[in-house]
Ligand binder design. Structure first.
Ligand code: C5P
Length: 220
């Protein structure tokens, strides 16, 4: 099975409050995007496409290995992944879509996703249980209900797909659609999504606290 990795790295990282795109923010001295590419490569996914902000092509080229392909991303994550998928071509059997914002994802997670694809899944996502009581609220912030947490999961990346299934789903998706992950894209096309165990270390770096926690993890 030939798998290509897509690393979504074209976001601005406004919530991190950094002076550069989030994927270029250093963790232990290395940009987040380099860690994310390493995770895929350490798990045997050598062919990697990275989506980057148009104005930062040069900066990404400077920090990433020469054989990583760079693609200009779009205004939304959905548009960025769509562009990378086109660049990946139709040769790969499988596509793994990973967030640059999850720098410490252990390669084992990639291995579990690849194994599920090899066993026949057309779409698979790593998930973790929800441990807090989780509620819904109204516009004023008043609690309106409590969700059954046994049925809830937190979804991580890399998310794995049969390339043809993901390409077909993107082809059906309206051009301006904006979804937060690729499992949601294939679900709009009626494709079943399997799950494998995620890992707390694959947490997403979104706000400054997340980066501080990641720094502590690598310092240990
Ligand atoms: O915004 P969020 O943290 O959910 O973004 C998840 C990932 O998608 C990040 O790694 C970010 O760089 C990427 N992204 C992208 N293109 C955009 C927006 C986000 O590749 N337009």
């Amino acid at each position: 099975m030939h798998a290509v990795g897509i690393v979504a790295a074209a976001g601005s990282g406004l919530r991190l409050g950094a002076d550069r795109p989030k994927a270029l923010v250093p963790l232990a001295g290395r940009p987040l995007v380099c860690w994310a590419v390493d995770t895929l490569r350490d798990a045997g996914v050598g062919d990697v496409v990275v989506t980057v902000p148009a104005a930062e092509l040069g900066a990404f080229a400077t920090v990433l290995p020469m054989d990583v392909r760079l693609v200009v991303g779009g205004a939304t994550r959905t548009a960025s992944v769509r562009a990378a998928l086109t660049a990946a071509g139709d040769r790969p059997d499988a596509v793994l879509v990973h967030d640059a914002a999850r720098p410490l994802t252990p390669p084992d997670v990639v291995g579990r996703v690849l194994a599920a694809l090899a066993a026949g899944a057309r779409a698979v996502v790593p998930v973790l249980p929800v441990v807090d009581t989780t509620v819904t609220v109204d516009d004023e912030g008043h609690l309106t209900g409590t969700l059954a947490r046994e049925t809830l999961r937190r979804v991580q990346t890399p998310q794995g797909f049969s390339r043809a299934a993901l390409a077909d789903a993107y082809a059906l998706l309206p051009a301006d659609a904006e979804l937060t992950d690729d499992a949601a894209v294939v679900r709009t096309a009626g494709i079943a999504v399997a799950t494998v165990a995620g890992d707390e270390r694959a947490a997403k770096v979104t706000v400054p606290h997340d980066l501080a926690v990641a720094e502590l993890q690598v310092a240990r």
